[in-house]
Design a binder for this molecule. Structure first.
Ligand code: SF4
Length: 222
């Protein structure tokens, strides 16, 4: 059982409520979506078995010095069979933080006992060209016993219907929504006025929302 890993690196988490913590990022290759704001390279990589990846990160890094290990991509849940073997090896060394596009609920169920924090996306149709709200809601309904937030990347194209459907998912699951303005290069694609307006629109329908930009881009770290 091997999977392709694009890169392994130490950096500062720049998104969502755990912003500012030091994480070890493990970027998995491949994704099942094609978002119009994707700026991640995830096609090329090196193959590892679970034991090989465990040996590499425990030899090269002091895992106790990290807030958590971020499983990111691409879409890490595409490598679920690998994760089923890898996560028990690493359990107890530090927390496991899963960054996912929240489409593959069945895969999550196979490994969720070994996940501590989930950063799950709610993708907007204006970003992916697909209506995936039902899939995200099913996924998030299965995250309620784990520390989870739902990230919504938006720009000026977000519609009232999208705001309303995201808030409905929030209400149905109780999960906090984190609004993240789309960036173009290292700049916000929208004005601060629009940020305020959108946060108002969300909180009128579902108060458990906050707006956090991608802080790593301001810090100029990966
Ligand atoms: S889900 Fe994430 S990695 Fe996949 S295309 Fe969208 S932004 Fe890129």
């Amino acid at each position: 059982m091997k999977t392709k890993i694009n890169e392994i690196f130490s950096s500062i988490q720049g998104e969502g409520p755990v912003v500012g913590y030091k994480q070890l990022f493990i970027r998995f290759c491949g994704c099942n979506l094609n978002c119009n704001y994707c700026d991640t390279e995830f096609l090329e990589g090196k193959e590892y078995s679970p034991q090989e990846l465990f040996d590499k990160i425990t030899t090269e890094y002091d895992l106790k010095s990290f807030h958590s290990i971020s499983l990111t991509g691409g879409e890490p849940l595409l490598s679920v069979d690998f994760l089923k073997e890898f996560l028990p090896l690493i359990k107890g060394q530090t927390k496991i933080y899963l960054e996912t596009n929240a489409m593959l609920c069945e895969n999550l169920l196979k490994i969720k006992n070994n996940i501590d924090i989930i950063s799950a996306d709610i993708k907007l149709e204006t970003a992916t060209g697909l209506n995936t709200f039902d899939k995200h809601e099913k996924f998030l309904r299965n995250c309620t016993e784990i520390e989870t937030f739902a990230k919504i990347v938006f720009d000026e194209n977000i519609t009232k219907e999208e705001v309303s459907r995201c808030c409905e998912i929030g209400k149905n699951t109780g999960i906090e929504l984190v609004l993240q303005p789309k960036m173009i290069d290292n700049k916000m694609s929208i004005t601060s006025e629009f940020c305020n307006y959108i946060l108002d629109e969300f909180t009128k329908l579902y108060p458990k929302c906050r707006l956090i930009p991608q802080v790593h881009k301001f810090l100029d770290v990966r």
